[in-house]
Design a binder for this molecule. Structure first.
Ligand SMILES: *[C@@H]1O[C@H](CO)[C@@H](O)[C@H](O)[C@H]1NC(C)=O
Ligand SMILES: *[C@@H]1O[C@H](CO)[C@@H](O)[C@H](O)[C@H]1NC(C)=O
Ligand SMILES: *[C@@H]1O[C@H](CO)[C@@H](O)[C@H](O)[C@H]1NC(C)=O
Length: 970
């Protein structure tokens, strides 16, 4: 059952006696409560005297005293009481969310990250949970034995065997349940576009209980989320905190955590201090775009709304001053307005203001607003430029500067996020500002929120801060750190057990408790190596961080040094290189005896112990030595599945190549060839885009990109180098035509049967012109046909179509499925049909109906989709994670390919070797997309320092290019 608003205080006299009783109880937060009690005492005495004088002993103005005078005075009394836990809260022995019948749980021998001491404390010990609360946290064995005995028979005892235990993850920015998955028009309730200012709207009123994402988020360790309205409006409405577990009542209300008492009536006066409320604001592009206005308009709307609220607040204060003085004559009703009461509460310091704000201009505007109307800002969300203007944040109204709730590497999708930096969390922390990592689910799927902290940590945020950033800090910023975000006695029993240290790549919960109730029915565990049980040792990014600030967020990304001479990489642990059908190991150092790799004209000419390679460089006059510190050399990764190379900023049309005209659903201009036109991506390439260069710096040295389509027909893809400065530079275009691409799906404006029918016609009667020529190539098996498709039903139809065409022509088609979220359902058939699959996104999510049947991977299923397809001998390549499979809004994540495949190996639990994993994002992608063998064999190699390319502890140092006969140092 969900918490119920407390009963309304009835008689002020009662208030006095209750206060007297409770004044004796004590624990945390005593000072705040004492304050409150004194206030209650004083105002209650005043009320009592007033009631005595005016009601019990009426004087001459008795006739003007309203009937509900004492209620009105109660209301006046409560106006400026600040939110703080109820005075009984710290003495609670049972959670308001306790589900009777829940078995107490004792977890012993855990490595407990408590959240205490700014996230620095971890202890080896035991945790007892009962009645929805953490009842005991301790290290001593005798207490453990005593408790086991006390609960004998009625206790679930789990030996954690040293595994990490943390509080549940707290997501401060989620649209879970208001933008539920799979996405269907009937339930998209996150944004109202009726007006830019609507502080009266409430996310609770649109909270869908059937979102597929609840159980996925829980599987990632998320236990509590703040559900925000979207950012279409300057004031989008009120946000609500929910716990994600299912409830017996199955209602939105029963999921709420500490909802405000005045949920069902703004007039409700509680006998307790109020609970925190939450308000969503948004500045910048979104409200401007939706309402066709400028930033100037938006801020005038903010000021106008706050001015209105301030007038109401002032009239209430004047009213109450008179009422307290007994001057009822002509006073009328208490001034109130249901539309504006939430804003009035902001001015009274009772609301956590959560503001979507990206750029310096918006941050500065909003900080001025906070000072003009004197309200504190809980956090700036997205906050892409807060790291550039820390002093602006420090100028905000109130005693604590706003926190920054941000993404790790999701950026450059719009102009406002163009200057985002992966070093932003660390820079903010260095400036003494609070950092939160958030999902903006489903932008980043909240199941993977911990990965945001992992990346922030990789780029320099200290581990204790990175942990706090998704657990304790959001709890504090939401005003709920009296019950969630820490492992402490008396706190909510929201606890996660992990299979590794949470900051290690691929960290996965083995069990998640919400209110003491285990949430994973029969979780699948992966055994992790010992090295994953401690936070990774992250690379040194001091120089890059400094440069980022120096260049106002846009540091140059081009390689620093070009070497045409002999380069000797020393202290090398492994060398992998391209082989005919995958990746071959060329060198593995003996333990503790790293070797060298000698590179001449961009080719590795010798690997081994230094002595054995001396002949290759001893006599050379010009040799550069590069220490890899135990690192490795491996094939450069190849990306596919985004609009990389065809755009700079996804949401700025003037920076992107644009979508082709789709011959199936639109009229193609005659001048380009009408229906028979086939567009080539090579004709639209842009070089030196920031996403390309960042990809290059992260070891993704090339990419295959098809023309962007919003319909059925795309065109011919191109294979290009991500590090080239322009199209005519050496090695920029690796292969001008890779494959022919089409998309099939339910979102295209032609029936799926029409789409399949079109494909059948093209394959059986290719016709004339360019279109005929290229489909002929497909039928002849000379050019792969790459089909973007997710639905298992369409995939099955395509497999049958392939057989039908092959039977008729007697030739074999090279068919590759990309996207392929539901392909796992047909793994056997796909394997038998020798059809390849590029899994994109690499970790599945049920964004749409045709992608709803995902194979989620551990802990929800024993295998991941990738491992499952591989076990059926399907040739698998990986795409990127991106955002909702949008080819445009995914180019930022190309750089994360190495983390994505590292994660895929971990998730496969030892069934994928490092060679195979490297192949998933290089050789296989090339094979599936028609890259010629001799071209593939000339692919770039990547030198990484401090580990191999897939290690979370390594850093890419250089690119070795046989094709360009050179080495670049980054
Ligand atoms: C804790 O672990 C130790 C060894 O690691 C083991 O001897 C002991 O039995 C465990 N205790 C409990 C309560 O699980
Ligand atoms: C293709 O030919 C094989 C062998 O003749 C036959 O078994 C199969 O049913 C045919 N498939 C289609 C789709 O026509
Ligand atoms: C996959 O290939 C291997 C080796 O060729 C073979 O032994 C195995 O049976 C195949 N598996 C499936 C599911 O076809």
């Amino acid at each position: 059952m969900g918490p119920q608003p407390e009963e309304v205080g009835k008689l002020s006299m009662l208030g006095i006696s209750r206060t007297a009783v409770h004044a004796r109880s004590s624990s945390h937060g005593r000072n705040r409560r004492n304050h409150f009690q004194v206030l209650v005492l004083v105002t209650s005495l005043a009320t009592a005297i007033y009631v005595w004088l005016n009601i019990i002993h009426p004087l001459e103005n008795a006739s003007t005293v309203p009937l509900h005078a004492s209620e009105i005075l109660d209301r006046c009394r409560s106006l400026n009481v600040k939110p703080t836990p109820h005075r009984d809260f710290y003495a609670r022995t049972e959670s308001d969310r306790y589900v009777p019948g829940t078995l107490p749980v004792l977890i012993s021998n855990a490595t407990i990250w408590t959240g205490n001491h700014d996230g620095r404390e971890s202890v080896r010990g035991h945790v007892l949970m009962a009645r929805g609360l953490i009842k005991w946290v301790g290290e001593d064995a005798s207490s453990l034995a005593r408790l086991s005995k006390k609960y004998r028979g009625a206790l679930d005892h789990i030996d954690a065997k040293g595994a990490w235990l943390t509080p549940g993850i707290v997501d401060v920015h989620s649209h879970l349940a208001v933008e539920p998955s799979p996405g269907l028009n009937g339930a998209a309730d996150g944004n109202s576009v009726k007006a830019p200012v609507q502080p009266w709207l409430r996310s609770l009123d649109g909270l869908n209980t059937h979102d597929d994402a609840y159980k996925l988020a829980i599987a990632g360790g998320v236990t509590t989320s703040l559900i925000l309205p979207g950012s279409a409006d300057a004031m989008g409405g009120q946000a609500f905190v929910i716990k994600l577990r299912p409830t017996a009542e199955r209602s939105p209300t029963s999921m709420l955590l500490e909802p405000p008492y005045n949920l069902n009536s703004s007039k409700t006066v509680s006998n307790s201090p109020p609970r925190w409320r939450h308000m969503k604001h948004a500045c910048g592009e979104n409200p401007s775009r939706v309402f066709g206005q400028t930033r100037m308009d938006t801020f005038w709307e903010f000021r106008q709304a706050y001015n209105k609220a301030k007038k109401i607040k002032d009239s209430q204060d004047t009213y109450c001053t008179k009422a307290r003085a007994g001057q009822w004559t002509g006073l009328g009703d208490f001034p109130d307005d249901l539309q504006w009461e939430a804003l009035v509460d902001i001015l009274r310091g009772k609301v956590k203001v959560q503001t979507h704000c990206y750029e310096a201009v918006d941050l500065d505007d909003f900080v001025r607003l906070s000072n003009e109307f004197q309200f504190p800002i809980a956090a700036f969300h997205h906050a892409h430029e807060t790291y550039l203007v820390p002093d602006v944040l420090k100028r905000a109204y109130g005693d604590k500067p706003p926190a920054s709730a941000m993404f790790a590497s999701f950026a450059r999708y719009k102009r406002e996020s163009y200057r985002h930096s992966e070093f932003a969390p660390r820079i903010l922390h260095d400036n003494g500002l609070k950092v939160i990592m958030k999902s903006d689910h489903p932008a980043i799927v909240s199941r993977y929120l911990m990965h945001e902290s992992q990346q922030a940590h990789y780029y320099g945020l200290p581990s204790h801060v990175a942990m706090s950033a998704v657990i304790s800090t959001p709890a504090e910023v939401m005003g709920l750190d009296h019950r969630i975000g820490f492992i402490r006695e008396g706190y909510d029993a929201d606890v996660v057990l992990w299979d590794s240290h949470p900051l290690a790549i691929g960290a996965t919960p083995t069990q998640v408790y919400i209110d003491g109730i285990p949430q994973l029915k029969s979780p699948y565990h992966i055994h992790k190596p010992k090295s994953f049980q401690v936070p990774p040792n992250t690379p040194d990014w001091d120089k890059e961080t400094k440069e980022t600030l120096e260049y106002d967020g846009l540091p140059p990304l081009e390689p620093k040094r070009l070497l045409k001479n002999t380069v000797v990489f020393t202290n090398v642990s492994n060398v992998w290189q391209r082989a005919d059908h995958g990746i071959a190991t060329m060198y593995t150092a003996l333990t503790g005896q790293n070797g060298v790799a000698v590179v001449d004209s961009g080719r590795v000419v010798c690997t081994g112990a230094q002595e054995s390679c001396l002949g290759h460089f001893k006599s050379k006059a010009d040799v550069t030595f590069v220490d890899l510190d135990g690192g490795s050399i491996s094939p450069g990764l190849v990306s596919f599945g985004t609009n990389l190379g065809l755009q700079e900023i996804a949401m700025e049309h003037s920076t992107i190549d644009g979508a082709v005209t789709d011959a199936l659903t639109e009229k193609v201009p005659k001048i380009v060839g009408g229906d028979n036109a086939v567009i080539r991506a090579v004709d639209g390439l842009q070089f030196s885009t920031r996403d390309s260069l960042l990809a290059y710096r992260a070891g993704v040295t090339s990419a295959i990109t098809a023309p962007l389509t919003h319909g059925f027909f795309s065109g011919l893809s191109v294979y290009f180098s991500t590090g080239a400065s322009h199209k005519l530079a050496s090695g920029a275009i690796v292969q001008d035509i890779a494959a022919l691409h089409v998309s099939l799906g339910y979102s295209i404006h032609a029936s799926t049967s029409t789409q399949v029918g079109t494909l059948r016609k093209m394959l059986l009667e290719p016709g004339t012109g360019d279109m005929g020529y290229w489909f002929e190539q497909v039928v002849e098996g000379e050019l792969p046909l790459v089909i973007d498709v997710h639905s298992a039903d369409i995939i099955a139809t395509l497999l049958a179509l392939k057989e039908e065409v092959e039977n008729r022509t007697g030739r074999r088609i090279i068919m590759t499925l990309s996207g392929a979220t539901e392909a796992h359902l047909l793994a056997k058939e796909i394997g038998e049909a020798k059809v390849g699959v590029i899994v994109n996104p690499v970790r599945p999510f049920p964004y749409t109906w045709e992608r709803r049947r995902i194979l989620p991977g551990p802990p929800l299923s024993p295998k991941s989709a990738i491992a499952h397809l591989l076990s059926h001998n399907v040739t698998v390549g990986v795409g990127v994670m991106g955002v909702s499979g949008s080819t445009e809004i995914s180019t930022w994540s190309v750089r994360n390919t190495r983390f994505d495949i590292a994660w895929a190996i971990i998730e496969a639990g030892g069934s994928i070797s490092t060679n195979q994993a490297l192949g998933l994002a290089s050789a296989n992608v090339e094979m599936l997309l028609g890259v010629k063998r001799d071209v593939a064999m000339e692919s770039d190699l990547v030198a990484s320092k401090g580990g191999n390319l897939l290690d979370f502890e390594s850093k890419v140092l250089g690119i070795i290019s046989p094709r360009r006969s050179q080495v670049e140092l980054l």
